[in-house]
Structure formats: C-alpha cells, structure tokens
Design a protein around this ligand. Sequence first.
Ligand SMILES: [Zn+2]
Length: 95
Amino acid sequence: MGKWNGLRRKPISRRPSSGQKIELARRSKLKAELIAEFGNRCMTCGSTGDWRGISLSHIIPLSRGGQTTRENCPLECFTCHDKYEKHPERREVNQ
Ligand SMILES: [Zn+2]
C-alpha cells in the first residue's frame, strides 16, 4: 500500500447520500430477485460458480441516464461485469 502514502485524505465525508442509499438498496433487491428467478448464473456468457461471484451490471451506465431495472441490469459473472463496466460501449456495439 506504499503508493498511497503521498495522497492526502479528502476532508469530505464518505457517508453515502440518501440518493446513493436508495440506489444501493434498489440494486441489492433487484440482484436478489434475479438470483431467485434465474439462479447464480451469468446472463451474458452463462457461466456459473465463479468464486468471485455474480454482479449486477448496467447495460446503460447510471452516468448516461441508465436505471437500475430488470431491462437494464443483467446478472453477470466477474469477467463480464469487469469487461463491460469499464467499456460499456462494447456492449452497445454488440446489440
Ligand atoms: Zn459472464
């Protein structure tokens, strides 16, 4: 962790805003619903049992006006989540 030594801590509270709390609650509820319905399986590549677990992804990122809904949020394995979360434009190209 030596590389963090030079960084100054921001004096801003890290407490989530109420909007973030609502978003997080909505996300965990939707994830639980999808797992109950479809199982612990990646909805993009179909893989199961990745030890890193399954995540809720956003097809249209929140930063681009996407919402946490069934239509916009597939369950994905760590690999797919990581791939598209960093490069959401790849997903748009595929559709
Ligand atoms: Zn996957």
